[in-house]
Design a protein around this ligand. Sequence first.
Ligand SMILES: [Zn+2]
Length: 317
Amino acid sequence: MIFKIVGTGLISISAITALVACGNNEEEAVVSEENPIQVVATIAQIGEPLEEIGGDLVEVETVMGPGVDPHVYEPSQSDIQLLQNADVIFYNGLHLEAQMSDVFNNIDVNAIAVGESISTGDLLEDEEEAGMDDPHIWFDVRLWQQALDTAVEQLKEMAPNQADLLEENKQAYFEELEELYTYSTETFSKIPSEQRILVTAHDAFQYFGQMNDIEVIGLQGLSTEAEVGISDIQSTIETIVDKEVSAVFIESSVNDSSIQAVIEGAAGSGLEVELGGTLYSDAMGDEGTEEGTYIGMYRYNVDTIYHALTDSEEDTQ
Ligand SMILES: [Zn+2]
C-alpha cells in the first residue's frame, strides 16, 4: 500500500514540473492582488494558514468544512469542479483523504501532498497496520511548519515576483507557530506525568502526544474507516480503570458513541470518568471563530485537555 502512495507522489511532482514549464511558455498573467493564485486545500489545517500567509495574493477554498471526517469523505460533483478550476491543490496525503486519491490522479491540476514532503524518519507509524504512516502530522507544530513550507515554496515558484513578500509573511506566521509550540509544551509540563493521559475516539493524537509528552490512547485506529470493536472498548476501559484516568474526550468529526460506552463501562467498574470535552482532531472549528484557525484550534485543544485533566484531579482530592 505504502509504495502506491509514494508512487502517486512522484507522478504529481513530475506533473508539476511539466505544468510549470508549460506555464512559462504561455506567459501566464503575473500574480498580484488583482490576479491572485486560486488555491484549493482539502482540509482547513492547510487552507487557513495559507490564507494567512498568502494574504491578497491567494484565494483559498477548502473542500472539507467543520465536522467533516477526511478519512471517509467522498468528493461531490461541485468539489471536483472546484478542484478542476484551481491553479494548485494542496492536500495532506499519507492516505488521509482516502476517497479522493482517484480525483487527484485523474485531474489536470498540480496536486501536492504536503504531508508527503516530510522525511519518513519523522513520521510515526500506524501501530495497527505495519508499513502505514500516521497522517495526522498537523498535531506536531514543527512538522506542520515543514508541510506548510512545501506549499509556500510552491506558491513562490508560481509567483516569483511576490516571493519576497510570501517569504516575509511565512516567517511572521512561523514565529506565531513557535509561540504556540512553547505555549502547548509548557502548559502540559505543569500536569504530573502520571496524569498526562489522553483518551480519544480515534488515533489522531499520536503526534500531539509525542510533542507534548502525553500518553495517547485512541479507541479506533488511525483511520475511522473501520468499525470500533467491542474488544477495543473493553481494553480501553481496562486501561483507564488501571491508570485511574479522570477524563476522556470526544472529537468534532467522529461519532461519540464509543467514548460514551467507555464512560459507562468504567462506571460499571467503579471509576467515575468525566467527559473532558470535544476536541478538534481531523476537522477544525467554524470559519470566523478562533477554533476556525489552525493556531486557535490547537490552543483550544490544549486548554480543554489541560482543564479537564487538572480539574478532575482537584475533584478527587
Ligand atoms: Zn483521523
